[in-house]
Design a binder for this molecule. Sequence first.
Ligand SMILES: *[C@@H]1O[C@H](CO)[C@@H](O)[C@H](O)[C@H]1NC(C)=O
Ligand SMILES: *[C@@H]1O[C@H](CO)[C@@H](O)[C@H](O)[C@H]1NC(C)=O
Ligand SMILES: *[C@@H]1O[C@H](CO)[C@@H](O)[C@H](O)[C@H]1NC(C)=O
Ligand SMILES: *[C@@H]1O[C@H](CO)[C@@H](O)[C@H](O)[C@H]1NC(C)=O
Ligand SMILES: *[C@@H]1O[C@H](CO)[C@@H](O)[C@H](O)[C@H]1NC(C)=O
Ligand SMILES: *[C@@H]1O[C@H](CO)[C@@H](O)[C@H](O)[C@H]1NC(C)=O
Ligand SMILES: *[C@@H]1O[C@H](CO)[C@@H](O)[C@H](O)[C@H]1NC(C)=O
Length: 425
Amino acid sequence: MYPSSLFQALLLSSALVPNTFAQNITDPTKRAELSLTALQIWYNAGTGLWNGAGWWNSANAMTVVSNLAKIDSSKTVQDLASRIFSNTIVQAPAKNPQPGVEGTSAKRDDSIIIGSGYNKSIGADDQYITTFPLEWGMNGEYVDVKSLPIYNPKQAAVAASANPSDWLDGFYDDDLWWALGWIGAYDVTKDTKYLNLASGIFKAVTKAWPTNCGNGGIWWSWQKNYANAIANELFLSTAAHLANRVNASDKAYYVDWAQKEINWFLSTGMINERGTINDGLNSNCKNNNMTAWSYNQGVILSGLVELNKAAPNSTYLTIASKIAKAAITELSDSNNVLHDKCGPLCGGDASQFKGIFSRGLQALQEVAPDDVFNKSIQANANSIWNNNRDEGNMLSINWAGPFIAPPNATTHSSAMDALVAAITA
Ligand SMILES: *[C@@H]1O[C@H](CO)[C@@H](O)[C@H](O)[C@H]1NC(C)=O
Ligand SMILES: *[C@@H]1O[C@H](CO)[C@@H](O)[C@H](O)[C@H]1NC(C)=O
Ligand SMILES: *[C@@H]1O[C@H](CO)[C@@H](O)[C@H](O)[C@H]1NC(C)=O
Ligand SMILES: *[C@@H]1O[C@H](CO)[C@@H](O)[C@H](O)[C@H]1NC(C)=O
Ligand SMILES: *[C@@H]1O[C@H](CO)[C@@H](O)[C@H](O)[C@H]1NC(C)=O
Ligand SMILES: *[C@@H]1O[C@H](CO)[C@@H](O)[C@H](O)[C@H]1NC(C)=O
Ligand SMILES: *[C@@H]1O[C@H](CO)[C@@H](O)[C@H](O)[C@H]1NC(C)=O
């Protein structure tokens, strides 16, 4: 037997030097490519989702794949991304945890909906908690996406008639994560069926407008009991992204929604005195001072960047830069590494939040570069690579380290967002 201290030292040394070759990699594209390879281990072509990640989390995993594919033209990345999009659009609808709620809620026949078992709520420490119907996580047999053709005419035909309602589950943030996911797929492939699906989802969500606060904004869910930041930031971002991609005759419609949303958002007081964004509004339509989650500082950034592109107004980038700086100040440790307030363990939903912030910061840095943003992007990417990675290049929740096992598709996809951000910074 080893003396326990020596045994521990051996364990530690193997943990600290996981992979000497990979450890030395500093090229941000190479790092992101290795993390894409690792992400694929969780992707199940049989469901079109990432095993262990939830429904809306899978939309975010798909988005990080397209964000890499937008800037990395290597054939491996392009082929993999195309396979994922063309497979997910066919397979994932069967896994929608609560299809058809939007339609039934118009009739207010709540009994139908309560039976689904899908719900999202807010628990201790303001943590978001998603509960899935029984057996939702049963994924059946694992199918490797690499076994699929890049282009399958049968799949393409199904995709061409993709029904936006298949992607709606009664939580408008979920719906819009998917809309953004399909916009990403369009950006990579230029296949308009993805764009049409995204605009169909967006149009369905416009029915959630307005809330009882200032006659604007959208509700979080069909339950119409919470006006929160995330759903509204996503509404802004989706409208603004669509404005820059649809045919000229449709552009004004999306610009109009995006402007209505940002004007309403700014009037609600959701941005606090520190310049960060709290979770939402209370029943008196005032800022509820709940946690300023990292993702709520990020989605608005790409929304404003896209809106500024569609309908230039320098105010948009000024607002975005202020929020980004306030968020970096509030959420970073002394090494510039991001943390959510309750971190590292803030529950399954929040596991993806920091990456969503990185994504927004990347978009802002591309059009309004600033050393403060760049330092944050570099510090997070380097810390993730050096302190938050295992031998298989899997990435966990604590970007500052130490590595917390086991990593999963949500922690990994989120950290991968930060690695992708470093490519263009
Ligand atoms: C990685 O870096 C270490 C320390 O700087 C060095 O000894 C080693 O040779 C490098 N490995 C490779 C594959 O470059
Ligand atoms: C969802 O969760 C919230 C908060 O716990 C609860 O008020 C609501 O009744 C639940 N809705 C359904 C349909 O189960
Ligand atoms: C734009 O116009 C083309 C040609 O009319 C059409 O095929 C396509 O679906 C339109 N795209 C959108 C997003 O409306
Ligand atoms: C909001 O919350 C923060 C920290 O959680 C606290 O310091 C501050 O006093 C609160 N502000 C209001 C207006 O309640
Ligand atoms: C620019 O945007 C701000 C914020 O929405 C708005 O108050 C202002 O009127 C806009 N300026 C112009 C010239 O449209
Ligand atoms: C993923 O890992 C994080 C960090 O350990 C954990 O908080 C989260 O619950 C995990 N997610 C799932 C779906 O197991
Ligand atoms: C961001 O920082 C990196 C690393 O220091 C540097 O190579 C890059 O030029 C910086 N980008 C900008 C736009 O200044």
